[in-house]
Write a protein of this length. Structure first.
Length: 184
């Protein structure tokens, strides 16, 4: 399997690659993917959790204990829980968002999918996600894995990135374009 040199070159990429290879070898890709999705969601929802992973003031032991408790509360799979313990021990919890993105890309490539990063102003419903996947699959002629994020600043619409292509259909961009046109 070919991996992007960019993923391997970064610190978070090396951690993601190690987790991916271990999960693949132990046939735990689906469980780890689900746990990382839960973790990503928790990071988006909890300011305290974001502070925990970013704070240099928390000792390795305290971070490891807090991460173990968080993993239990989130019902993460054992492999992801151990991996988070390694990140905490190595003081690399701040890399977790980048690790999740890299792992998602590796998993999508392994499954023959292409990853599309989708930013919306509000969380998408299951029907909207299914429709978007179908539309992108038709456009790209490949299965598509979606990496969803929410940014209320775009006001509405979507921003979709696939590889080096970006489609910006956000209301904020449309308003900025209109304002530029009115200035002359």
């Amino acid at each position: 399997m070919e991996h992007s040199g960019g993923i391997q070159a970064s610190l978070s990429g090396r951690y993601a690659m190690a987790l991916f290879e271990l999960a693949r070898d132990e046939k735990q890709l689906d469980a780890v993917s689900a746990s990382l999705a839960t973790l990503k969601s928790a990071l988006g929802e909890s300011e305290d959790f974001r502070r925990l992973i970013a704070s240099p003031l928390i000792s390795r032991d305290e971070a490891a204990k807090a991460i173990a408790a968080t993993a239990t509360a989130l019902k993460l799979d054992p492999l992801t829980t151990k991996f988070l313990g390694v990140l905490a021990t190595n003081r690399r919890l701040g890399q977790i968002s980048a690790v999740i993105r890299a792992f998602t890309s590796l998993t999508a490539a392994h499954r023959g999918e292409i990853t599309a990063e989708v930013t919306s102003a509000h969380p998408l419903t299951e029907d909207q996600v299914a429709a978007l996947k179908a539309k992108l699959k038709g456009e790209l002629a490949r299965d598509v894995a979606l990496d969803l994020s929410v940014n209320p600043d775009i006001l509405g619409g979507l921003i979709v990135k696939v590889g080096s292509r970006q489609i910006d259909g956000s209301i904020r961009t449309k308003l900025n374009t209109l304002a530029q046109a009115m200035r002359g």
